[in-house]
Write a protein that binds this ligand. Sequence first.
Ligand SMILES: [Zn+2]
Ligand SMILES: [Zn+2]
Length: 160
Amino acid sequence: MTEQIREGGCGCGELRYRVRGEPIFVNNCHCRQCQHQTGSTSVVNAFFEMERIELLSGDLAENVVVAGSGGPHIIVRCKACGAAVWSHYPRMGRNGAGLRVGTLDDPDTFTPDAVIFVSEKMPWVALPAGVPAFETTYDFREVLPPERLARLAALSRRST
Ligand SMILES: [Zn+2]
Ligand SMILES: [Zn+2]
Protein backbone atom coordinates (compact mmCIF):
# COMPACT_ATOMS: atom_id res chain seq x y z
CA MET A 1 0.00 0.00 0.00
CA THR A 2 1.44 3.33 -1.00
CA GLU A 3 1.12 6.08 1.55
CA GLN A 4 -0.55 9.38 0.82
CA ILE A 5 1.93 12.21 0.30
CA ARG A 6 0.82 15.74 1.10
CA GLU A 7 2.64 19.05 0.87
CA GLY A 8 2.28 22.40 2.51
CA GLY A 9 4.15 25.53 3.45
CA CYS A 10 4.22 28.93 5.12
CA GLY A 11 2.61 32.18 4.08
CA CYS A 12 5.56 33.60 2.08
CA GLY A 13 6.36 30.43 0.16
CA GLU A 14 10.00 30.01 1.30
CA LEU A 15 9.26 27.10 3.59
CA ARG A 16 7.84 23.96 1.99
CA TYR A 17 7.34 20.56 3.58
CA ARG A 18 6.06 17.11 2.68
CA VAL A 19 4.17 14.79 5.03
CA ARG A 20 3.74 11.07 4.53
CA GLY A 21 0.77 8.94 5.57
CA GLU A 22 -2.22 9.65 7.80
CA PRO A 23 -2.09 11.54 11.12
CA ILE A 24 -2.32 9.82 14.49
CA PHE A 25 -5.06 12.25 15.45
CA VAL A 26 -6.37 15.70 14.53
CA ASN A 27 -7.50 18.20 17.18
CA ASN A 28 -9.32 21.49 16.83
CA CYS A 29 -8.36 23.32 20.03
CA HIS A 30 -10.25 26.38 21.24
CA CYS A 31 -8.22 27.02 24.41
CA ARG A 32 -7.19 30.56 25.32
CA GLN A 33 -3.52 29.70 24.81
CA CYS A 34 -4.13 28.61 21.23
CA GLN A 35 -6.18 31.77 20.68
CA HIS A 36 -3.30 33.91 21.95
CA GLN A 37 -0.63 32.04 20.01
CA THR A 38 -2.49 32.14 16.70
CA GLY A 39 -4.51 35.33 17.09
CA SER A 40 -7.48 33.35 15.87
CA THR A 41 -10.50 31.44 17.17
CA SER A 42 -8.71 28.12 17.47
CA VAL A 43 -6.05 25.93 15.94
CA VAL A 44 -6.27 22.69 13.95
CA ASN A 45 -3.31 20.37 14.51
CA ALA A 46 -2.69 17.03 12.80
CA PHE A 47 -0.23 14.95 14.87
CA PHE A 48 2.45 12.91 13.12
CA GLU A 49 5.67 11.13 13.96
CA MET A 50 8.39 13.63 13.07
CA GLU A 51 10.05 11.22 10.62
CA ARG A 52 6.96 11.50 8.44
CA ILE A 53 7.62 15.24 7.93
CA GLU A 54 10.33 16.32 5.50
CA LEU A 55 11.50 19.89 5.03
CA LEU A 56 11.78 20.59 1.29
CA SER A 57 12.89 24.22 1.36
CA GLY A 58 13.26 27.22 3.66
CA ASP A 59 14.80 27.72 7.09
CA LEU A 60 13.15 26.96 10.42
CA ALA A 61 12.99 29.22 13.46
CA GLU A 62 11.74 28.18 16.89
CA ASN A 63 10.01 29.86 19.80
CA VAL A 64 9.50 28.15 23.13
CA VAL A 65 6.38 28.96 25.12
CA VAL A 66 4.83 27.25 28.12
CA ALA A 67 2.33 24.51 27.26
CA GLY A 68 -0.96 24.05 29.09
CA SER A 69 0.66 21.18 31.00
CA GLY A 70 3.52 23.46 32.12
CA GLY A 71 6.18 21.86 29.90
CA PRO A 72 7.90 23.42 26.88
CA HIS A 73 5.81 23.93 23.75
CA ILE A 74 8.19 24.52 20.84
CA ILE A 75 6.59 26.43 17.96
CA VAL A 76 8.40 25.85 14.64
CA ARG A 77 8.09 28.64 12.09
CA CYS A 78 9.28 29.82 8.70
CA LYS A 79 12.32 31.95 9.46
CA ALA A 80 11.42 34.37 6.65
CA CYS A 81 7.76 35.13 7.42
CA GLY A 82 7.22 33.74 10.93
CA ALA A 83 4.23 31.57 10.03
CA ALA A 84 3.94 28.61 12.42
CA VAL A 85 4.00 25.29 10.54
CA TRP A 86 4.19 22.76 13.38
CA SER A 87 4.73 22.44 17.12
CA HIS A 88 6.43 20.01 19.45
CA TYR A 89 4.40 19.43 22.60
CA PRO A 90 5.71 17.96 25.88
CA ARG A 91 3.70 14.72 25.51
CA MET A 92 5.61 13.64 22.37
CA GLY A 93 8.73 15.79 22.52
CA ARG A 94 10.68 16.33 19.32
CA ASN A 95 9.76 12.89 17.99
CA GLY A 96 6.24 14.09 17.25
CA ALA A 97 4.74 17.20 15.73
CA GLY A 98 1.35 18.88 15.63
CA LEU A 99 1.20 20.07 12.04
CA ARG A 100 -0.88 23.21 11.47
CA VAL A 101 -3.55 21.92 9.11
CA GLY A 102 -4.08 25.41 7.67
CA THR A 103 -0.56 25.31 6.17
CA LEU A 104 -1.35 22.29 3.95
CA ASP A 105 -1.90 22.92 0.25
CA ASP A 106 -5.16 21.02 0.70
CA PRO A 107 -6.34 21.72 4.25
CA ASP A 108 -9.72 20.12 3.42
CA THR A 109 -7.96 16.77 3.62
CA PHE A 110 -8.33 16.40 7.41
CA THR A 111 -11.42 16.58 9.57
CA PRO A 112 -10.78 16.86 13.33
CA ASP A 113 -11.17 13.71 15.43
CA ALA A 114 -12.14 15.97 18.31
CA VAL A 115 -12.96 19.57 19.17
CA ILE A 116 -11.34 20.38 22.50
CA PHE A 117 -11.50 23.15 25.12
CA VAL A 118 -15.03 24.04 24.07
CA SER A 119 -15.30 25.68 27.52
CA GLU A 120 -12.94 28.45 26.33
CA LYS A 121 -14.18 28.94 22.77
CA MET A 122 -15.40 32.31 21.55
CA PRO A 123 -19.14 32.27 22.25
CA TRP A 124 -20.26 32.77 18.64
CA VAL A 125 -18.20 29.87 17.24
CA ALA A 126 -20.50 27.04 16.15
CA LEU A 127 -19.37 23.45 16.66
CA PRO A 128 -19.19 21.15 13.63
CA ALA A 129 -21.81 18.40 13.36
CA GLY A 130 -20.53 14.86 13.72
CA VAL A 131 -17.23 15.68 15.46
CA PRO A 132 -16.94 14.77 19.17
CA ALA A 133 -16.58 17.92 21.29
CA PHE A 134 -15.07 18.09 24.78
CA GLU A 135 -15.11 20.76 27.49
CA THR A 136 -11.34 20.40 27.96
CA THR A 137 -9.22 17.42 26.91
CA TYR A 138 -10.33 13.84 26.32
CA ASP A 139 -9.26 10.26 26.75
CA PHE A 140 -7.71 9.14 23.44
CA ARG A 141 -9.00 5.63 24.08
CA GLU A 142 -12.56 6.91 23.66
CA VAL A 143 -11.91 8.34 20.21
CA LEU A 144 -9.02 6.67 18.40
CA PRO A 145 -8.96 3.24 16.75
CA PRO A 146 -6.40 0.71 18.12
CA GLU A 147 -3.78 1.16 15.39
CA ARG A 148 -3.59 4.92 15.98
CA LEU A 149 -3.52 4.41 19.77
CA ALA A 150 -0.55 2.09 19.24
CA ARG A 151 1.30 4.75 17.22
CA LEU A 152 0.61 7.30 19.96
CA ALA A 153 1.83 4.94 22.68
CA ALA A 154 5.02 4.20 20.71
CA LEU A 155 5.70 7.90 20.33
CA SER A 156 5.08 8.66 24.02
CA ARG A 157 7.45 5.85 25.01
CA ARG A 158 10.21 7.29 22.81
CA SER A 159 9.97 10.75 24.39
CA THR A 160 10.43 9.59 27.98
ZN1 LIG B 1 7.51 31.96 5.05
ZN1 LIG C 1 -5.19 24.88 22.75
